[in-house]
Design a binder for this molecule. Structure first.
Ligand code: NI
Length: 180
C-alpha cells in the first residue's frame, strides 16, 4: 500500500467531474486500499479519488473511532434524501478550515463494493454527511461551495498564500470538525 498525495483547494483537478468505473479490477482495489491508508494516516473519515488526482467515481469512508467500519463505494449514487441537519465540516483538501454545512440528515445510497458487488444502504448522522460530502467531490464540488462568496475567497487566498510560502496549515490541536 502507499500514501497518496492529497490535492488542496484551489487545485483545478478538484473541479473535474469523476468518470464511472467500468470494472472493479485489481487496479481499482489497489486504489481503494491506498485511499484507505491515506485517509487513516491524515487522519480523516472520508476520501474521494478526485482528491488524490484520480478522476474515477471511487470513495472510501470510515466514521468509526477505531477503523472498524471501512466502507468503499464505487460509482455511488444517493437514491433518497430526508430531513436536514447542520454539521461542522472540514476537508482534507481544504486544510485548516471548518465551517457548518447544511445537508440531508438521512440518505439511502447504492454503489458497488470493493469486490464489484452491488450494495444498497441507509445512513444517518455523520455517515450520511460524509457520503454526501464525498459524492460532491465526484461532481467537482467542495464544501466551501456552500459558503458565501466572500468567505470562499478568503479561504482561497489563505490557502494560496500558504502554498506560496510553503507553509502547512496549522494542525488543529483538538477535533474542531470532521475531515472528510
Ligand atoms: Ni472533502
Amino acid at each position: 500500500m502507499a500514501l497518496l498525495e492529497v490535492l488542496h483547494y484551489p487545485d483545478p483537478r478538484l473541479r473535474r467531474r469523476a468518470k464511472p468505473v467500468a470494472a472493479v479490477d485489481a487496479t481499482v482495489r489497489r486504489l481503494i486500499d491506498d485511499m484507505f491508508e491515506t485517509m487513516y494516516a491524515a487522519p480523516g473519515v472520508g476520501l474521494a479519488a478526485v482528491q488524490v488526482g484520480v478522476d474515477r467515481r471511487v470513495v472510501v469512508v470510515d466514521v468509526s473511532e477505531d477503523k472498524s467500519a471501512p466502507l468503499a463505494l464505487v460509482n455511488p449514487e444517493i437514491l433518497e434524501r430526508e430531513g436536514e441537519e447542520e454539521m461542522q465540516e472540514g476537508c482534507l483538501s481544504v486544510p485548516g478550515v471548518y465551517e457548518p454545512v447544511r445537508r440531508a440528515e438521512r440518505i439511502r445510497y447504492r454503489a458497488l463494493d470493493r469486490d464489484g458487488a452491488p450494495i444498497e444502504g441507509a445512513a444517518e448522522g455523520l455517515l450520511a454527511v460524509c457520503i454526501q460530502h464525498e459524492c460532491d467531490h465526484l461532481e467537482g464540488r467542495l464544501f466551501v461551495d456552500y459558503l458565501s462568496e466572500l468567505k470562499r475567497q478568503r479561504i482561497r487566498k489563505r490557502l494560496e498564500k500558504q502554498r506560496r510560502l510553503g507553509t502547512e496549515a496549522p494542525r488543529p490541536g483538538r477535533r474542531e470538525g470532521t475531515l472528510i
